[in-house]
Write a protein that binds this ligand. Sequence first.
Ligand SMILES: Cc1cc2nc3c(=O)[nH]c(=O)nc-3n(C[C@H](O)[C@H](O)[C@H](O)COP(=O)(O)OP(=O)(O)OC[C@H]3O[C@@H](n4cnc5c(N)ncnc54)[C@H](O)[C@@H]3O)c2cc1C
Length: 473
Amino acid sequence: MTHQHTHAAGRRTGTTPSRHGGRPAADVRPLVPPRRGPGGRRLLAALLVVGLLASVLPWWWDTPAGSLKNSAATVTAAGRITGLVAGYLLLVQVLMMSRLRVLERWIGGEQIARWHRDVGATLLVAVLAHMSLILVGYADLEDNSVLAEAGVLLSDYEDMVSAFAAAAIMVLIGFTSMRAIRRALPYELWYHLHLASYVVLLLGFGHQFSNGAQLFRPGPVRTFWIAMYMLVVAALLWGRVVAPLLFNLRHRLRVADVVAESSDTISIYLTGDRLDRLEMLGGQFFRWRFLTPGCWWQSHPFSVSAAANGRWLRLTVKVVGSHTADLRDLDPGTRVWAAGPSGTFTAAHRVRERALLIAGGSGITPIRAMLEELPPGAALIYRASTPADVLLHRELDWLAQARHTSIWYVVGSRHDPGPREVMSPEGLRRLVPDVARRDVYLCGPPGLVEQSLRVLRQAGVPRRQIHLATFEL
Ligand SMILES: Cc1cc2nc3c(=O)[nH]c(=O)nc-3n(C[C@H](O)[C@H](O)[C@H](O)COP(=O)(O)OP(=O)(O)OC[C@H]3O[C@@H](n4cnc5c(N)ncnc54)[C@H](O)[C@@H]3O)c2cc1C
């Protein structure tokens, strides 16, 4: 079934959260201007490459020409280089986890996730190469077996036990981050294992300075390396501790109400202090911690489902597991700890004037908020399996009129003729003839996102115009 509301056809239903202060401020909200292009990202990528070269340079200076005269010296040298590379990549990796907002603004959320994954895999390879090469090189130099040399390193060299422990934890993190294994693990277990990266930073620190040929002597190289560590730890403290603390002290969020949107979806309304000064964009998400005895120890990401209005915040949550089920019983007044806002799935990151939004199921939540901030003339395709799965439809119809937006509700199984027609390059072009010249915002289950990506590329939409929110971190 395909059912359309456009600004001409849609009725003004106007019944959006009336219990909490009326309909969205769609008609008065100033448009969010688009942000600058990818200049910041390129600059940062260039800085990171310069940092990598600067980390390896000390080895080059310290190694006179002709000193690699046998295979043991060459292998050991390769071990030292990979060690410097690994030490540097570990710092970059932790920096990516720092949640510094300026990084997200420069690089983009999607890109950070990609860099984090790629740097993580390279780091693991560099660490394993460093360990193997040093072991083989030292064993060769001292005429030992590799196993015996490992024993010597562990017993005779300072800080090596903690360095081995750091490597073991890193291998465990790498292993559990493989997609298939990660999916099989409970999220909280995977998350806490991943947090052990900070322990790796701590455990791996000492051996670089007690044994690292380029770092154990005081001097500019050692100072540079320590300064990089301090910078990364400061970024981590700011992004993970100080900034969230300031945010929560300023806004002191609490639950105002929990409202059923459908049999398995609720909206949680929050109030707080100084919400008129809350800097957030439609499409962004927070990591929420509801401070009840059963929930306080876990934080879960949910997007805001209405743009900032100075009076309340709202998240719309589909019940899929134990935590989301508990949220149905939240009492008004419950204190809430929020970390964010995060994400670059916003109107500010568009590169074209007009947008097409494609939502599936509860993927409508960030898109609903963003609709208030996009320029008029947007188009929304909302996929749902059954009419009961269509969420927030009265608000959407109201927005269709207020923001001059065309909305198509495409309801049914993906094998039904209606959805199949719409989710094809020709069908898409028929609905939105200028699709290739629009930004496309895509949020929904992985199957819909993959199918839509394929269809959009076939319809001629350049990749840089496609923005994704997959509800997966
Ligand atoms: C950026 C982002 C925005 C999101 N926005 C919304 C939204 O607006 N509305 C909505 O209904 N859902 C949203 N989600 C999904 C929501 O976070 C999960 O459905 C929820 O955390 C599931 O928790 P659970 O214990 O009830 O279910 P579980 O059965 O424990 O988990 C179901 C799946 O959710 C994911 N998940 C579980 N816990 C977490 C966690 N702490 N952090 C990240 N992912 C987790 C895992 O992939 C897991 O397989 C969003 C997810 C992300 C990453």
